[in-house]
Design a binder for this molecule. Structure first.
Ligand SMILES: C/C(=C\CNc1ncnc2c1ncn2[C@@H]1O[C@H](COP(=O)(O)O)[C@@H](O)[C@H]1O)CO
Length: 239
């Protein structure tokens, strides 16, 4: 499943091939299609099978999201590393996207503390390696298959500051909890200054305009430190 760069060219990831629209009126494009979408389902199925098989014996785990762009030795990196370490000390495995930044730092903290440290990587159009701080690594072709694993094998989500990827993962989790697809699943955001304005907007705009129910906001816990985040996760998991 590894993505390679061929002569510097971008490799087309499987997700893009699946999502691109092929105009059936254009015989040339239709003929160029390497496999039909219907047969692509078998590849998707095999990715679910290998994910379920690899992860079925994971004990209590917490999935951590956050920016792929923060650098080693930055305060944000050290916060994520501290989070990984603290989760490990409480007996949790950590699951991340397996990439750089927050993912690497969290895996590193857990790894250094002797816990199971799982990286669920994703095929991207540019070369992508798993960070080295994992005890188990998988590389997924499809975002939606990988996201299923993030939720299914975790007892909670913790989000550190991040960009589109982190927001996507956060709001997917929120929707699943709001619609009761998953139960008893704490979602904790670390960083009051970073997340505060977003939560204010959720309250003052979404809730005020009736786009979410009163109480939906309570699905997210905003805290300042990894210690506070871990306390929430532990309380929920042990209750
Ligand atoms: C852009 C950079 C690296 C990309 N590599 C990634 N590897 C694995 N997972 C990733 C990567 N980029 C995004 N993700 C997922 O989204 C979240 C972070 O995205 P954000 O936009 O940075 O917030 C993260 O939790 C991953 O699951 C830098 O070299």
């Amino acid at each position: 499943m590894q993505v390679r760069l061929e002569d510097g060219a971008e490799v087309v990831p499987s997700d893009r091939r699946l999502l691109e629209w092929v105009d059936p009126r254009d015989p040339q494009r239709a003929a160029q299609r390497m496999i039909k979408d219907s047969w692509r389902v078998l590849r998707i199925q095999s990715e679910f099978v290998s994910g379920f098989d690899a992860l079925e014996n994971v004990a209590e785990a917490v999935t951590v999201f956050g920016s792929a762009r923060i650098k080693e030795r930055s305060p944000e990196y050290e916060t994520a590393r501290d989070l990984g370490r603290r989760l490990a000390h409480e007996g949790f495995a950590v699951i991340t996207g397996g990439g750089p930044g927050v993912m690497e730092a969290t895996n590193r903290g857990a790894y250094e503390a002797g816990a199971e440290s799982i990286g669920l990587n994703i095929e991207l159009p540019f070369e992508q390696h798993s960070n080295p701080w994992v005890t188990m690594s998988m590389n997924f072709r499809y975002f939606f298959v990988r996201k299923t694993m993030f939720v299914k094998y975790a007892q909670a989500f913790v989000c550190l500051p991040g960009g589109f990827g982190t927001l996507d993962e956060l709001f997917e989790a929120l929707t699943l909890v709001q619609t009761k697809k998953v139960l008893q699943f704490p979602i904790v955001l670390i960083g009051t200054e970073f997340w505060g304005p977003l939560v204010d907007w959720l309250r003052n705009t979404l809730e005020a305009e009736g786009m979410i129910s009163p109480g939906d906001i309570d699905l997210v816990h905003v805290v300042e430190t990894p210690a506070e985040a871990v306390a929430i996760v532990v309380k929920a998991a042990r209750s």
